[in-house]
Structure formats: C-alpha cells, structure tokens
Design a binder for this molecule. Structure first.
Ligand code: COA
Length: 162
C-alpha cells in the first residue's frame, strides 16, 4: 500500500479541498449533493479551520494533497468526513486514512469517547472502509433521513484519553 502522512490543514489547502469536494463521486456520496461554489466554500472552510470543534487533517502522498479527514465534534461524538482524490482510490487507503486520523483524536478532543460516520446506503467503499477500521454498524436508526443512510460507530477506550 502507498504510504501517506497526515498534517493539519491550513488556508493554503482551501482550493484542494474545494476541488476534492466537487469531485462527482464525492458529491454523489454527500448528504447534500449539489455543486459547491467558491464563495460558499471560502466561508465554510474559514469557519471550520477556526473552530476548536473541528479538526481538519490533510492526507499527503509524495508531499502533495491526496485526501482529507475531518472530525466535527458535538457534545459526545466526533463525526467523520473523509475523502481521497480519484487517482488514489481503490488501493485500500480508505481504512488506513480512518485509522491514522482516529489516532489523532485523543490528543485533541479529550472528552470525546465516540466517533461516528454516516454513509449513504450505496456507498460500499466507505462502508467497507469503516468496518475494516473497526467500526460497527448501528442498526434501527430513527433519524428522519436514516432511510438513505447507514451509521458506523466506534468507541475510543478511556485509557487512550491522555
Ligand atoms: C470513501 C473513500 C475514502 C474510500 O476509499 P477507497 O480508496 O475508495 O476505498 P478502499 O480502496 O480503501 O476500499 C475499501 C473497500 O471497498 C471496496 N470497494 C472499493 N470500490 C468498491 C466498489 N465500487 N464496490 C464495492 N466495493 C468496493 C474495496 O475492495 C475495499 O474492500 P476490501 O477491504 O474488502 O477489499 C473513497 O471512496 C472516497 O473518497 N469516496 C468519495 C467520498 C466519500 O464517499 N467519503 C465518505 C463519505 S461517508
């Protein structure tokens, strides 16, 4: 498998995030599938980088932007969003990105004990990556939008919360 590293995102990554977010397969698998404008993205990205409740990590391969993983923390859960550039998909990097990203959580969100991801039902690569990374699927969702989504969760053991 290709090796990669994770580093914190910066303002310089804004365009790379937009390009990846507007990739057709990423839009198709997002809850809101419409194309994102530069103006919307600038506002969203700046806010995400500047809140302590989100952690944005860039996946780098050969020192170039290859993907991203983000955690948005609410009271008890870190919600995951992750994506990989098209040329690097299908090589087993999905689960590896989840695992490496999750390893960063205890350093930053000390109270978070649960991590979770919502996956569209037809998004098999993502569902498989979550399972491979040790997540379990939560059945019987009661969410209003649950008919289209699967929920994957993982609990971080308290002993890892330094
Ligand atoms: C989700 C994503 C990061 C996964 O990464 P990936 O490189 O495509 O997936 P991987 O190569 O790690 O493969 C994961 C599993 O899915 C399987 N898979 C890949 N493509 C598949 C397909 N079209 N149909 C069924 N299974 C597929 C792989 O065989 C692998 O399973 P295995 O471990 O049993 O062999 C990537 O597909 C992506 O960027 N998708 C667009 C954004 C997105 O959907 N993000 C997640 C939102 S919840």
């Amino acid at each position: 498998m290709l090796s990669f590293r994770l580093r914190p995102a910066t303002m310089a990554d804004m365009k790379s995030y937009l390009d990846l977010a507007n990739d057709p397969f990423v839009r198709k698998n997002s809850v809101n599938s419409s194309t994102i404008t530069i103006e919307e993205h600038e506002k969203w990205y700046t806010a995400k980088l500047n809140t302590a409740n989100s952690l944005l990590l860039v996946m780098e391969i050969h020192e170039a932007f290859a993907g991203q993983i983000r955690f948005d923390v609410d009271e008890e859960t870190a919600w995951i969003d992750y994506s990989i550039r098209p040329e690097y998909r299908g090589q087993g990097l999905g689960a590896a990105l989840l695992q490496k990203g999750i390893a960063e959580i205890p350093k930053l969100f000390r109270k978070t004990v649960q991590i979770a991801g919502k996956v569209k039902k037809d998004n098999l690569p993502s569902a498989k990556a979550f399972l491979k990374a040790g997540f379990h699927e939560v059945e019987n969702l009661t969410d209003t939008d649950a008919s289209n989504l699967r929920l994957f969760c993982k609990t971080i053991p308290l002993r890892n919360l330094v």
